[in-house]
Design a protein around this ligand. Structure first.
Ligand code: GTP
Ligand code: MG
Length: 202
């Protein structure tokens, strides 16, 4: 399940503008700055195919990347805090949710959660929305390379991850699959690609 070629296809701000060839796709969503674009680059082993930034709010469109000429990875704008006006962020939220609800070839949404910090309300709300709307979902915990020292009040990624899963249990009939990742060490890269190839073959 390796990536041999990856190419940027297009940016869209409406579901109807997205590629119409019907190939299976996986979308990366999560809070601004959680590491969606970085994860995409890690998966395709390229440094700057998807643009990343320290400043939240970098990705502003639905960006389609064609993989091995037969499926797509889709990078999305983040929700939550972002260095962009509220009006623009409301727009992003509308078109991403419309895309989730009206895209038959969307195989699974990958919801990215920062494992280096305790659960955020906005992430719980997002998971709840996906669960309520029965959108197929995989949980991806990012930044697992970051380890806060206990004496500074930080919790280990493993604790944050377990806690998050307990908090979202009520939103799902069956617990969503989950994967630990780091775009620095490339932890989880093979696991995600394998999981995606299994989902495509159902
Ligand atoms: P938006 O497009 O603004 O919604 O953000 P994004 O979710 O695409 O995040 P992006 O990939 O641009 O990364 C945001 C910041 O987090 C950058 O400074 C990255 O270098 C950093 N980052 C991303 N992934 C990781 C990771 O796995 N570990 C660490 N330590 N830092 C990461
Ligand atoms: Mg981004």
């Amino acid at each position: 399940a390796q990536v041999d070629c990856a190419e940027f296809i297009k940016s869209s701000v409406k579901t109807e503008e997205c590629p119409s060839d019907g190939l299976p796709e996986f979308a990366l969503v999560g809070r601004s700055n959680v590491g969606k674009s970085s994860l995409l680059n890690s998966l395709v082993r390229r440094k700057r195919l998807a643009l990343t930034s320290k400043k939240p709010g970098k990705t502003q469109c639905i960006n389609h990347f064609k993989i091995n000429n037969n499926w797509y990875l889709v990078d999305l704008p983040g929700y939550g805090y972002a260095a962009a006006p509220q009006e623009l962020r409301t727009d992003w939220d509308k078109f991403t949710k419309d895309y989730f609800l009206n895209r038959p070839n969307l195989v699974s949404v990958f919801l990215l959660i920062d494992a280096s910090i305790p659960a955020k309300t906005i992430d719980l709300e997002y998971a709840s929305w996906l669960g309520r709307n029965q959108i197929p979902m995989t949980l991806v915990f990012t930044k697992c390379d970051k380890r806060k020292k206990k004496k500074h009040g930080g919790r280990r990624p493993e604790e944050n991850i377990q806690n998050f899963q307990e908090l979202i249990r009520e939103f799902f009939q069956t617990a969503p699959p989950w994967i630990m990742t780091s775009s620095i060490t490339n932890q989880g890269r093979d696991e995600i690609l394998l999981h995606m190839s299994q989902l495509r073959n159902y």
